[in-house]
Design a protein around this ligand. Structure first.
Ligand code: ADP
Ligand code: MG
Length: 436
């Protein structure tokens, strides 16, 4: 039996040769056989997603190559690559990436839209797929009307609508409550056992490991060991697959302890970027009493708000909720204050996006309130004009700051330079959020 996927001497280095170079994947060799369910397991930052996206053909290897069904990515024509993405591989992500303006059925049928097929044929398959995952009643609804678990089932239905041979899932239950998570894991298991699809799932949760036939343990961009629950590989393939666990030195132990308390500390940084990282952490520590995990949970939640998967009210409740109940572990006052501030920024973003004639003066009013500015008529007018220039991208952040700061007689608004700086940052965030 030939391997379905062969990974040979694969290495991935991001930003190679630059000061922010990051060696995400050290030399990796792996064979995955048809009908296997493989889990890639390891702590955050160890290179799991990089490996998965390399297999998906979405991440180009820096060195080495990957073959699917004996055909190397490097030798595939554009047409073959496209075909592989459209029908050979189904991808499932932690953030569901549903399109908010399309119905559930249209979301599921999307991968089909690029193939020559009538709409009714497409929808027939879509409905069948939705039925299978118990969400057919939701067909005409929109993503925002569904729960997280339902959304992930939609995303799975979408990934499977073209019946791919390989299903790749990156932390697919990372955002789900435990019951929805179990349900999704059960679906993946069934796809493997009943439909005989090859599944590769990335997770950092040890509770998931029992679902797989084989677990690939990763650390610091390397495969460090392999665990076999159920061997589906041919006998002769096994010897070459064996991997020895790496001996743990005291330095490695200390690093791994540090890495578990500083989730964003990466082994690559230890060699090159540790000082900037330390500076950032020290600053965070001094400026905020939230720990890294509390910030990171909040970040996930804010992302969900931006994807419109949750409302800001839910964000506020979740931030306030205790850690061990899946919340952010913040306190109520802080959660409310934070949400309120975020809402106001998002409100300005929406209004500027809509581009009504009053939106710029509305934005100016918002800044006046948010930063407690006391402006006379002349200054107000200037503020509005300068904001208009920035919003129309006629000036950049630096120029904006300069003009806010400059005295009135020199055509500025005459603000304190610190206030000018803060406002310029606020404006820049709105500009970023507005950009689509
Ligand atoms: P995991 O999925 O295990 O959390 P990743 O594969 O996402 O790990 O990341 C592995 C390493 O590569 C990390 O150090 C990460 O910061 C870095 N990395 C990932 N993606 C990029 C990128 N696009 N540019 C630069 N560095 C990246
Ligand atoms: Mg990842």
């Amino acid at each position: 039996m030939e391997p379905l996927i062969s990974i040979d001497n694969l290495r991935v280095i991001y930003n190679q040769g630059k000061s922010n170079e990051s060696r995400a994947l050290e030399e990796t060799n792996l064979r995955i056989y048809p009908k296997e369910y493989v889990i890639i397991y390891g702590p955050s930052g160890c290179g799991k997603s990089t490996l998965l996206y390399s297999i998906a053909g979405l991440q180009k290897p820096t060195y080495g190559d990957i073959s699917i069904n004996g055909k190397a990515f490097s030798k595939m024509t554009r047409k073959e690559t496209l075909e592989l993405h459209q029908t050979g591989i189904g991808l499932i992500f932690q953030a569901f990436y549903l399109i908010p303006s399309l119905t559930i059925l249209d979301n599921v049928c999307l991968p089909r839209a690029f193939r020559s097929q009538s709409r009714s044929e497409r929808e027939k398959d879509g409905i069948q797929s939705l039925r299978r995952f118990g969400i057919v009643e939701q067909a005409d609804k929109y993503p925002s009307q569904l729960s997280g678990g339902q959304k992930q089932r939609v995303a799975i239905a979408r990934a499977l609508v073209n019946k791919p041979q390989i299903v790749l899932a990156d932390e697919p239950v990372g955002n789900l409550d435990s019951e929805s998570a179990r349900n999704v894991l059960q679906i993946l298991k069934e796809l493997n056992e009943v439909d005989e699809q090859t599944i590769i799932m990335v997770t950092h949760n040890p509770e998931h490991l029992a679902y797989a036939d084989r677990v690939i343990h990763m650390r610091d961009g390397r495969v460090i060991k392999e665990e076999v629950n159920k061997d589906k590989r041919p006998v002769e393939a096994k010897k070459e697959e064996e991997t020895r666990p790496v001996e743990e030195t005291p330095e490695m132990r200390e690093l791994s302890i540090l890495m578990s308390s500083f989730k964003s500390l990466l082994p690559q940084q230890v060699n090159m970027l540790l000082v900037p990282y330390k500076a950032k952490q020290l600053l965070n520590h001094l400026l905020s009493d939230l720990n890294e995990e509390q910030v990171s949970i909040a970040e996930t939640l804010v992302r969900e708000v931006l994807f419109r998967n949750i409302e800001s009210k839910t964000l506020c409740e979740r931030l306030d909720l205790d850690y061990d109940r899946g919340g952010g572990g913040w306190n109520k006052t802080r959660a409310e204050h934070f949400t309120e501030r975020m809402d106001r920024i998002l409100e300005q973003t929406e209004s500027l996006k809509a581009g009504s004639p009053e939106s710029v003066s509305g934005f100016a009013d918002y800044l006046v309130r948010a930063f407690h500015l006391r402006l006379d008529e002349k200054q107000s007018l200037r503020l509005r004009n300068i904001l208009s220039l920035r919003i129309e991208s006629k000036i950049g952040q630096a120029e904006l700051k300069k003009r806010l700061d400059a005295p009135v007689r020199q055509d500025g608004v005459g603000l304190h330079s610190q206030t000018a700086e803060k406002i310029a940052r606020d404006v820049e965030i709105v500009m970023l959020l507005k950009y689509s």
